[in-house]
Structure formats: C-alpha cells, structure tokens
Ligand binder design. Structure first.
Ligand SMILES: *[C@@H]1O[C@H](CO)[C@@H](O)[C@H](O)[C@H]1NC(C)=O
Ligand SMILES: *[C@@H]1O[C@H](CO)[C@@H](O)[C@H](O)[C@H]1NC(C)=O
Ligand SMILES: *[C@@H]1O[C@H](CO)[C@@H](O)[C@H](O)[C@H]1NC(C)=O
Ligand SMILES: *[C@@H]1O[C@H](CO)[C@@H](O)[C@H](O)[C@H]1NC(C)=O
Ligand SMILES: *[C@@H]1O[C@H](CO)[C@@H](O)[C@H](O)[C@H]1NC(C)=O
Ligand SMILES: *[C@@H]1O[C@H](CO)[C@@H](O)[C@H](O)[C@H]1NC(C)=O
Ligand SMILES: *[C@@H]1O[C@H](CO)[C@@H](O)[C@H](O)[C@H]1NC(C)=O
Ligand SMILES: *[C@@H]1O[C@H](CO)[C@@H](O)[C@H](O)[C@H]1NC(C)=O
Ligand SMILES: *[C@@H]1O[C@H](CO)[C@@H](O)[C@H](O)[C@H]1NC(C)=O
Ligand SMILES: *[C@@H]1O[C@H](CO)[C@@H](O)[C@H](O)[C@H]1NC(C)=O
Length: 397
C-alpha cells in the first residue's frame, strides 16, 4: 500500500500541470492512447436484494485489453436532465482510424431512435422506477414515454421528452439477456429487471441530437444534480446490478469495469460546460475523479446540439459537436474524417492517456509500467515516469 503512494504522488503532478492550463471552450475533445490491459471483478451474487440485509460478492478478475479497453466492452447509454433527446444512433465499423481514410471502412448504423418520427431500431429505454432497495437503489423497469415512469412493456420516448434535473433513463439494445449467471453473456444481474445487452463493438460511435435547456425549477437541497445534465456510457453490467450501490461489491464500477462521460456538467458553477471524462484505471488511482480533459464543450441552452463520440481502432476517442452530424444508415470513412478534421486547432483539445504496459499476474514474466501524459490545446505538456517492476505490479494488479 505504501508503494501505491508513489503512484498517487506522480498522478498529482499530472493534475498540477492541468491546473496550470487555461480551461476554455472547444468543439472537439480528443483522447489518444486509449485502452490498456487491466482487470475488474464482476458481481457474482446479489443476496436479499430488496432488504437492508442485501449483500453482494465479486468473483475473480476479468481481464480486458486492447484499443479503448475497458470501454471496448458492451456499454449502456445514460441520460440525466434537464435534457431532451431528439435522435440517438449507435454505429460500428470493422476498422477506422481518425485522420486516415485509407485504412478505414464505413460505419454501419446498428441502433437508432428518432423522437419526432417515433421510429426506432434495436433500442430499449429503461429507467430506475422499480422496487427500491436500501443497498442497490431502485431497480430498472421499462421506461414509459416520459422516460422516467415505470411501464409494463417497452416504449419509445415521446417526442416531447424533456426530463428534469436528477431524472435519468438508459438506452440498451433490444437483445434480451440470457438467465442471470456468471457463465452467461450478461453475467449476474438483479432479479426481476428487464435485462438487455448494451452496445458492443471494438470500433464504435454514438451520435446524439439533444437539448439541454436551463432548469426552470428553483434550486434546493433536494437536488443532487441541479441543472447538471449529462450523457454517459457505463459498462452495461453496472446498471443491471446497481448504478449507485451503498456497497461497492454490488457493481463492477469500483473495480474499474468502465465509465466514459461524453457530455457532462460537473457542478453549478460551470453549469454550461460539458466535460468528458474516463473513469478507468488508465494511469490514475482515484477512479471517482477519473481522467478529465482540461477543456470543455459549450452547452447550448437555447437550441439543439448534434454530436457524439467516436472510439476508433487505434486508441483515439473523439468527442465532438457539429451541426454537420449525419444520422444516415451508412457513414463513409471520408465523411466522418472530413467532419473531424474540419475544426481549427484552437477548437480542439487533446489529452494523451498513460501508457501502461503490463502482463497478467498469472505469467511470471517481468512487467514494466510507465506513464506518459500529455495535454493541452496545440501545445503539449509532457511527463514521463518510469516505475520499478514491483511498484507497477502493486499498482496495477
Ligand atoms: C456491426 O453490428 C452488426 C449487428 O450486430 C453485426 O452483424 C456486424 O458484424 C457488426 N460489424 C462489425 C464490423 O462489428
Ligand atoms: C491505419 O494507418 C495509421 C497511420 O498509418 C496507423 O497508425 C493505424 O494503425 C492504421 N490502422 C489500422 C487499423 O491498421
Ligand atoms: C430489434 O431491433 C431490430 C432492428 O430494428 C428488429 O429487426 C428486431 O425485430 C428487434 N427485435 C426485438 C426482439 O424487438
Ligand atoms: C443490436 O445491438 C446489439 C448490441 O450491440 C447487437 O448485438 C445486435 O446484433 C443488434 N441488432 C441488430 C438487429 O442489428
Ligand atoms: C467486497 O468483496 C471483497 C472480496 O470478496 C471483500 O474482501 C470485501 O470485504 C467486500 N466489501 C464489502 C463492502 O462488502
Ligand atoms: C467544476 O468542475 C470543473 C470541471 O471538473 C472544475 O474544474 C471546477 O473546479 C469545478 N468547480 C467547482 C466550484 O467545484
Ligand atoms: C444549486 O444548489 C447547490 C447546493 O446549494 C449548489 O452547490 C449549486 O451550485 C446550485 N446550482 C446552481 C446552478 O446554482
Ligand atoms: C444555440 O442554438 C441556437 C438555435 O439553434 C442557435 O441560434 C445559437 O447560435 C446557438 N448558440 C451557440 C452559442 O452556438
Ligand atoms: C454550424 O456550425 C458552425 C461552426 O460551429 C457555425 O459557424 C454555423 O453557423 C452553424 N450553422 C448552422 C446552420 O447552425
Ligand atoms: C460543415 O459543412 C460545411 C459545408 O459542407 C463545411 O464548410 C464546414 O466546415 C462543416 N463544419 C463542420 C464543423 O464540420
């Protein structure tokens, strides 16, 4: 544990360098070098879910690796008000490199929702309106057309679907989960919920047409997230067990199975700034703070915004807003790369995540980890740290 402090001190340095930066608005927020080899502990049992005796256990480590990992796993898409969703789309591609169309393929739309025409493909809207548990919070149910009431059957959001501060819903695919079991593809999940698979692809893109108007209710102590809208991705196992458990073992979140915040207001002081954050262990110790870009995208409170996030095949994650965003069935590599390259340098903010080279503890080979961290608009700050094998091992495993 002492050795971990060495790492925390190093991570602190990264943050100091970010604080020296002038935080400002951008149209595009990029991360490079995204994805690492790591592990998390999935939930293996949930006992007495609906009582205060509720307890959960976790299993042995599930390992992940590769580009975007662990966000390369299936994810659910989460929305918090004040927010109105006009369109949603999920795409996959067999290969895509930001900035290189030569070795990129086109994008296929795999899921879609359009509120104005009330059409949808491969989407299921769920919300936390089920049985309340002191440990797990409210269970998932199908969402009614308002996004937040409980429904007996799956429904689309109405066109008029503005949700308020603190209200949330989630989009999953329409592929049902098999029985809850450590051996099955959705793992163990909470009893009685409508359980669906999230969206899965190594190379993937989520697009949105949305509105985040200013909250019209007065602020008060009953709000947790007053006027703090957000759109984010979670490893889909998290909401199926518990999104906000009082016991950390009731979700794989705390062990690092993955969250990426695409557009998120962080506090009332910066209510019109949308930040992007990885909550993964790629070079940090404090998962709650996560790895946040030092620049934000402006929240338009008077009109709709279009944009989303691309996870390419080579470790680039790009969050963008553009009124040129297309929701077509197919989007060519050229179209997307042209859009992503149409921003000026001063409209783009880049962050390079830490390089973690590690091997699974089951092997006896030497593991050596070092971290590189660069951030800044145009100018890059650059820090490198080399750790002894033993230190890396303590921190990473
Ligand atoms: C994209 O998703 C569809 C539907 O799941 C699947 O058939 C196809 O193989 C996927 N393509 C890639 C490149 O992942
Ligand atoms: C595509 O080309 C770029 C630039 O040469 C390279 O970095 C990347 O690895 C290539 N991507 C794939 C999927 O081969
Ligand atoms: C899931 O969505 C696809 C695409 O819209 C559709 O073809 C299929 O019938 C749906 N399946 C279910 C079980 O609703
Ligand atoms: C719906 O999305 C899921 C998750 O990505 C995928 O497995 C499934 O093939 C998709 N269904 C269709 C009809 O494309
Ligand atoms: C979570 O599970 C681990 C491993 O089984 C155990 O050591 C720990 O005490 C549990 N934590 C809680 C809060 O129950
Ligand atoms: C609000 O959030 C931003 C982004 O995380 C942070 O830089 C700022 O310090 C926060 N402000 C307050 C008052 O907490
Ligand atoms: C709402 O109230 C909370 C708690 O007093 C405060 O932290 C927050 O900044 C307020 N939000 C706005 C937008 O004024
Ligand atoms: C916000 O959206 C409105 C309506 O589309 C547009 O007129 C306005 O220019 C946008 N504001 C900003 C700051 O982009
Ligand atoms: C589209 O976005 C660009 C750049 O942000 C802006 O200059 C332009 O006015 C927008 N066009 C429309 C039709 O909103
Ligand atoms: C939007 O499209 C117009 C015309 O095709 C182009 O001039 C502009 O650069 C594009 N803007 C963005 C942000 O993609």
């Amino acid at each position: 544990m002492q050795l971990q402090n060495v790492f925390i001190a190093a991570a602190g340095l990264f943050q100091l360098s970010a604080a020296a930066d002038n935080v400002q608005a951008f149209q595009k927020v990029e991360f490079s070098n995204v994805g690492f080899t790591g592990s998390y502990t999935p939930v293996t049992s949930i006992k007495n879910p609906d009582t205060d005796k509720c307890s959960c256990s976790v299993g042995s480590k599930d390992w992940f690796s590769g580009s975007s990992a662990p966000i390369s796993e299936a994810v659910s898409v989460h929305f918090r008000g004040p927010l109105k969703l006009n369109k949603f789309a999920f795409y996959n591609a067999s290969s895509f490199t930001v900035g290189n169309t030569d070795n990129s393929s086109s994008w296929n739309r795999v899921a879609y929702f359009d509120a104005s025409s009330q059409t949808g493909e491969n989407v299921t809207f769920l919300t936390k309106a089920g049985t309340d548990s002191p440990v797990l919070g409210q269970a998932l149910t199908f969402a009614g057309s308002d996004g937040v009431s409980s429904s007996k059957t799956a429904a689309y959001l109405a066109n008029d679907n503005l949700i308020k501060s603190d209200q949330e819903y989630t989009i999953f695919s329409n592929v049902s989960c098999p029985k809850s079991s450590t051996k099955n593809s959705c793992g163990v999940y909470r009893k009685g919920i409508p359980a669906f698979h999230g969206f899965e692809a190594d190379t993937k893109m989520f697009l949105f047409d949305f509105e985040m108007p200013t909250e019209t209710q007065n602020n008060g102590s009953s709000f947790k997230y007053y006027d703090m809208p957000a759109i984010w991705l979670l490893n889909d196992q998290i909401p199926r067990t518990s999104q906000y458990p009082t016991n950390a073992n009731c979700s794989c979140w705390a062990s690092g199975c993955g969250e990426f915040d695409i557009f998120e207001v962080m506090n009332g002081t910066e209510r019109n700034h949308l930040y992007s954050t990885f909550h993964t262990f790629q070079g940090i110790e404090d998962l709650g703070t996560g790895i946040q870009a030092g620049g934000y995208i402006s929240r338009n409170t008077s009109g709709s915004m279009q944009g989303g996030v691309v996870f390419d095949s080579t470790g680039n994650t790009v969050v963008f807003v553009s009124n040129n965003t297309s929701f077509d069935q197919t989007i060519s590599a050229d179209t997307l790369n042209n859009l992503l390259s149409s921003y000026n340098q001063d409209e783009s903010y880049s962050t390079k995540l830490a390089t973690i080279s590690a091997t699974a503890p089951s092997t006896t080979s030497k593991s050596n980890a070092y971290a590189l961290f660069e951030k800044g608009p145009g100018k890059l700050w650059f820090y490198a740290f080399t750790f002894l094998t033993s230190v890396a091992h303590t921190v990473l495993f």
